[in-house]
Design a protein around this ligand. Sequence first.
Ligand code: DCP
Ligand code: MG
Length: 361
Amino acid sequence: MVQQPEHKQRKIIHIDMDCFYAAVETRENPQLKGKPIAVGGQPDQRGVVATCSYEARAFGIHSAMPMARAVKLCPQLIIIRSNMSLYQEISQAIRDIFHRYTDIIQPLSLDEAFLDVSDCSLHKGSATLIAQAIRNDIFQEHRLTASAGIAPNKFLAKIASDWNKPNGQFVITPKAIDDFVRELPVKKIFGVGKVTAQKMHKLGIHTCHDLQQFELQQLSQHFGKFGGRLFQLCRGQDDRPVQVDSIRKSLSIEDTYRHDLPDLKTCLEEVERLYTLFEVRLQKAMKKRNLVIKNCYVKVRFSDFSTTTAQHSATKANLQTFKKLITTAWKRQQQAVRLLGVGVQFQPPENARQTELDLFT
Ligand code: DCP
Ligand code: MG
């Protein structure tokens, strides 16, 4: 019998959307393409930049900069108020894409997550191909680009996703770790801020290779508790598991069409196909966890890129409900359709428990 290795090599992917808020705004209003835009608060109200396009970054503008300063750096800067509910909605839909590949997902923010795909058998289990497929799905379904890092642990995967940003990915295989960390500047280590970096520079430490020259005890002397972590990280070691956010808020499926759907009739036919796929995923998800449906919703994106959604409170999903919702949503614009989506939102866990109790009392 073949013995399983005790410590199986993990495959971790870190996904990070490119210029997330700014990319969403540009998608919603294609006239912004190629222009310096910043999403955030107004300069006269002490607003700050949440994020900005690469065109704006060329002027030295970055996240958390006061908007007033950003406008000084780039007087033609286009300022857009943030639309959090839209970013949240997209973030959730992207999370639904991740779930096609693994349920071991740890979101870090609206636009960033770790995925453990060690047990994913899709794409022959190749984490590189899985990352590519996820980025493809995101682009096909949302017209947004993401970057990915693929590595045996979270520390390296996160650094790797920045390596070929935007719209790229980078793999660090187990064999490549030693070479990769050797040149890595210490400020790339999570937890090494300005102060720690300066302290390290004074000790002649600039790269992870420099750090590796120190004994564990020496690192603890200089950096206290953090010394132990540093000892591991500078060698590219990180055992932290991907911590699953066990609360699933929704499940959806959507499709962007190569040729726009010309009328309501074709949309309704298409919804039948989408629903068949959706039903399978929904049953699978509901079998795995104690989920209770809160509402059913649809999303329709028209040929002019305007998007509308419609929802209906329900504890069960069925084709009839989705057809009705699609009809309602389509009638608002009555145009050709480039994207259709169907989904359900789930009750928060406490309510789910309550509903279950109600059913049995
Ligand atoms: N964000 C914010 N305030 C900050 C940093 C970020 O509100 N100080 C928001 C806006 C970003 C989103 O979080 O769009 C994601 O942050 P990222 O650091 O990943 O930045 P971007 O996705 O905008 O750009 P990048 O392409 O560098 O990932
Ligand atoms: Mg990002």
